[in-house]
Every structure is written in structure tokens, then in C-alpha cells.
Design a protein around this ligand. Structure first.
Ligand SMILES: Nc1ncnc2c1ncn2[C@@H]1O[C@H](COP(=O)(O)OP(=O)(O)OP(=O)(O)O)[C@@H](O)[C@H]1O
Length: 273
């Protein structure tokens, strides 16, 4: 039995803002199946934007549209059927086994108090297999390493069969092989993806589009090759980025003279009242 891929969702942000200047208006339209990387320095607003997309935060202004519908007007259960989130915060119920955590991904699709169907069990099993977690299935979640836990959270999102998957730093805790594997797996799901990432050299081959935030402002949105330039990296991260001969960049801190001469200023976030 193979799992049919979920219907990918269309995601649109219409001038969405949050928190009295923490996130300034962001607008974008993501076609079904596109993979968006969200970049920005610490505190730039990436997690805040992601929280708006998975309906945790209510926008101060603007709208988040899922397949053309305002997610705030959709029942929470319907959103949970369509949107999965893999977050930096992980479940604290460390006594649950890996298979029990992954099975939680089926909750939005089950009737209240109904047990897991044969189809649910198959989907959970498939998710464990794709994340190479079969050997861990009966282990309590709390006994896993950080990287193993992260793979469990991705497996839970897979079991949810979402049309949109939102990932907040999904490569956190993962060794380089698992980073590459998880990104390839997520990209291959067929779902629309929004993922915040810190490693600029991982976006090539993973993301189709990039949104770059700086101090709560959207600096750029568009295809990776068009957006990820040394100039943009300097503005967003205040580092010197030197393109490598093959692909990607080397990074260095600017000297004071270089900084004064070339580093553009970005608007400072207005303080919340
Ligand atoms: N609930 C909140 N109340 C007050 N300030 C907040 C709240 N949530 C986020 N912030 C602030 O908003 C800014 C953006 O936070 P956010 O977590 O979105 O950044 P980020 O880009 O995800 O950062 P990082 O890369 O460090 O995870 C930060 O300065 C943060 O302290």
C-alpha cells in the first residue's frame, strides 16, 4: 500500500503584520508545491512569521490565506488537517514512545476518541520508515538525542499528510548527513513548504524561493538565485559573503573600514508601545 501525496496548498500572505512593529507588512504568494526558505539574522522575525502561517499568532493586520481562505476563518481542525508545523519547541511528554508521538500526527484526521485505523497505522509506519526511525519506534521520546528527536518531529508532520508544512530551523541538531536527508525528504513530499533556515549554503537545491527578513522588515522575496546575492547577505546579516567557485558562499566579519564603507543600514525596529 503506498500513500498518495497530499494535495499541495496555495499560501498567500496579504500585508500581514504582528506585534506593534515586530513584523512589518509581509506579502507573498506561494504556488502549490513551492518551497520557500525564510532567512534572517537572529531576532529578524522568522519564527513570528511562521507562527502566523500555522495559525498560532493572530495577525495584527492583514491576512494569511490557505487555498484562498483566511485561516482565521477556518476551523482549527481543518487547518490542522492541512498545515503541519515542525518547531524548535518539542513535546515535553518524554514518556511517550516514538511511534506514539508520530501517531499524534493522525489526530486531526480522526474522529474524536476513535482509535487508529489500519490506514492510520500504515501512514505512521511509512513515516517512521522514511525517517529511518523503525529501530527507535518503541523508545521513549525522552531517551533520544536531539537529532533523533528532530527526525521524530518531521515524521509526525509527515504522518499528518499536510498540504503545507512549516518548519522552524528543521536542521537544528542534525548532523550534516541528516540535514541533507531531511531537506531532500521535505522537498520531495510534494507539499508546499515554508522553512526558516540559518545555513545559507543549504538553501541551494532545497528552496525554490527565499524571503529575507531584517529587523522585522521583508528585504527580498523571489527565486533563490535572484535573491541570494553578497549585497543582500551583507544587508541582512552584516557579514561579507564571498561566492565560492562551485556553489555557496564563504563568510567573514567585515573589518571596521569595510563596514563603514559598504555596509548599508537597515531600518531599526520601532519599539513596541
Ligand atoms: N511574544 C513576544 N513578545 C515580545 N517580543 C517578541 C515576542 N515574540 C517575539 N518577540 C521578539 O520579536 C523579535 C523576532 O523574534 P523571532 O523569534 O520571530 O525571531 P527569529 O528571526 O525567529 O530569531 P532566531 O533566529 O533567533 O530564532 C525578537 O526580537 C523577539 O524577542
Amino acid at each position: 500500500m503506498s500513500c498518495p501525496p497530499p494535495a499541495a496548498a496555495r499560501l498567500a500572505l496579504e500585508a500581514v503584520t504582528w506585534g506593534n512593529g515586530i513584523l512589518h507588512p509581509v506579502s507573498l504568494d506561494l504556488a502549490p508545491g513551492r518551497v520557500l526558505g525564510v532567512l534572517g539574522a537572529n531576532g529578524a522575525g522568522k519564527s513570528t512569521l511562521l507562527r502566523l502561517i500555522y495559525r498560532f499568532h493572530k495577525p495584527q493586520a492583514g491576512r494569511v490565506l490557505l487555498d484562498g481562505q483566511d485561516i482565521r476563518a477556518m476551523p482549527a481542525r481543518r487547518v490542522a488537517q492541512r498545515v503541519a508545523a515542525v518547531l524548535q519547541e518539542q513535546p515535553t511528554d518524554f514518556a511517550l514512545t516514538v511511534v506514539e508521538i508520530v501517531a499524534l500526527g493522525r489526530a486531526p484526521h480522526r474522529r474524536a476518541l476513535a482509535g487508529l485505523s489500519a490506514q492510520d497505522l500504515h501512514i505512521v509506519d511509512h513515516a517512521l520508515e522514511r525517517l529511518d526511525l523503525h529501530d527507535f519506534a518503541q523508545r521513549p521520546f525522552g531517551t533520544l538525542s536531539g537529532g533523533e528527536r528532530q527526525r521524530v518531529m518531521v515524521a509526525r508532520a509527515l504522518a499528518q499528510e499536510p498540504g503545507l508544512i512549516v518548519l522552524d530551523e528543521p536542521t537544528n541538531h542534525l548532523d550534516i548527513r541528516h540535514q541533507l536527508e531531511v531537506l531532500r525528504l521535505v522537498r520531495g513530499l510534494g507539499a508546499t513548504v515554508v522553512a526558516s533556515l540559518h545555513d545559507l549554503n543549504l538553501v541551494h537545491g532545497f528552496a525554490d524561493d527565499l524571503l529575507v527578513l531584517a529587523d522585522g522588515h521583508p528585504l527580498a522575496f523571489g527565486p533563490v538565485e535572484a535573491v541570494l546575492t553578497p549585497e543582500l547577505i551583507a544587508r541582512a546579516f552584516r557579514v561579507v559573503a564571498t561566492p565560492r567557485a562551485s556553489a555557496g558562499f564563504d563568510f567573514a566579519l567585515p573589518t571596521e573600514a569595510h563596514f563603514q564603507a559598504t555596509m548599508p543600514t537597515i531600518p531599526q525596529r520601532e519599539k513596541s508601545s
